[in-house]
Design a protein around this ligand. Structure first.
Ligand code: SAH
Length: 347
């Protein structure tokens, strides 16, 4: 097994059956070896620096009905909100003063967030924060929308592929959602020159080791600049509420494998991982992650962005908790890197 990890580090790829073996059979000593190797690779590229991104959750309205997500349209119990341009700009301003140089605007697929409205928002933030990167994560939109937002100044786009295996995707999404369309969106984003982020949940209901191996093969082929990987966490108002959370150990193993495959990638220690494990953020970094995304949303709406239960949005997961984050990173031998932290293949 350790030979497979060394091979992945050396070649950046494995055979499908080899990915499957690692996922199915890795025991704690193998996972620890993967983490140690992956963090050595990350250290070589990024030193002990961890990039920070300020996450603004701009709307909790969503037209989709993903079975795992608390924002799904069928969740009538959820109180919905949508931030105005002024509120979003104010959140970014506070973040900028705290030292953030990347702002991530994320939301459900809110029909009221028309292409032109987002375009105006991006243009405004681009003018107000010329030294900062703007990342969008607003789901599947038309090529024209993606193009207008890119031209208005958006630099990056996060759109997890969610599942590379078609049957796995179909178990997690209603019939009116299409995996092909999501994959086509990822290709369009890439073509338009966005630094593009993909990724998946680990331990989603019905997901098998084969499905995760398919995800690794997809990432190996697509080579996204950013990869988000977090455990599945149940949300009580969804049809999958009774499914247990994904395994933290398996999430960390997958994170390490992706770091070995894509040494230059920007990989967050996700909020989901930090919500599942008390030291999840630190464990993620020690497994090869090099990004954290503290929450910059106005405190009064944070609870309403309820994609899963028990989501952390305070302390080191909040923009006002950078001091705590710095202390926690220092304790494991890392530090906050305040740079924009764009993807660079030539490091
Ligand atoms: N609407 C946007 C943003 C979605 S929220 C989009 O479609 O891209 C960001 C990510 O949270 C999703 O891509 C999904 O992988 C993750 N997520 C949603 N529900 C989750 C849950 N119950 N547990 C863990 N992660 C979840």
């Amino acid at each position: 097994m350790k030979a497979l990890i060394d091979k992945l580090r050396r070649d950046g790829r494995l055979r499908p059956a080899e990915y499957l073996r690692l996922i199915e059979l890795a025991d704690p000593s193998v996972s620890e070896y993967a983490a140690r190797t992956a963090r050595a690779v990350a250290r070589e590229r990024f030193g002990g620096g961890v990039f920070i991104r300020g996450l603004v959750e701009i709307t909790s309205f969503c037209r989709n009905d993903c079975l795992y997500c608390g924002l799904r349209r069928s969740n009538t119990a959820l109180v919905r909100y949508r931030l105005g341009e002024e509120q979003i700009a104010a959140a970014c301003r506070a973040g900028h003063a705290a030292g953030f140089r990347t702002f991530v605007l994320q939301g459900g697929e809110d029909p009221a967030l028309e292409d032109g409205r987002v375009e105006r928002l991006v243009r405004r933030l681009r003018a107000e924060f010329p030294d900062s990167a703007l990342t969008l994560s607003l789901g599947e939109r038309s090529r024209d929308a993606y193009r207008r937002w890119r031209e208005a100044g958006a630099d990056r786009y996060l759109l997890r592929h969610e599942a590379a295996d078609a049957a796995c995707y179909a178990r997690l999404h209603p019939a009116d959602m299409s995996q092909q369309r999501r994959m086509a969106c990822l290709s369009t984003l890439r073509e338009l020159g966005y630094q593009t982020g993909a990724g998946m949940m680990v331990g989603a209901p019905g997901q098998t080791a084969d499905d995760l191996a398919a995800d690794l093969r997809f990432l190996e082929r697509f080579r996204p600049e950013m990869v988000g990987i977090g455990p599945y966490l149940p949300q009580r108002q969804t049809p999958l509420a009774d499914s247990p959370p994904g395994s933290a150990d398996r999430t960390l193993l997958l994170l390490s494998l992706v770091r070995l495959m894509l040494p230059d990638a920007l990989i967050p220690a996700t909020t989901a991982l930090a919500s599942l494990l008390a030291d999840g953020r630190e464990r993620g970094i020690l497994a090869g992650a090099n990004v954290v995304m503290p929450n910059l949303s106005p405190p009064d709406v944070r609870e309403q962005y309820a994609i899963y239960d028990h989501k952390l949005a305070s302390g080191a997961e909040a923009a006002d908790g950078l001091r705590e984050l710095a202390g926690r990173l220092d304790a494991i031998g890392y530090r906050i890197d305040y740079a924009r932290g764009d993807f660079r293949a030539d490091l």
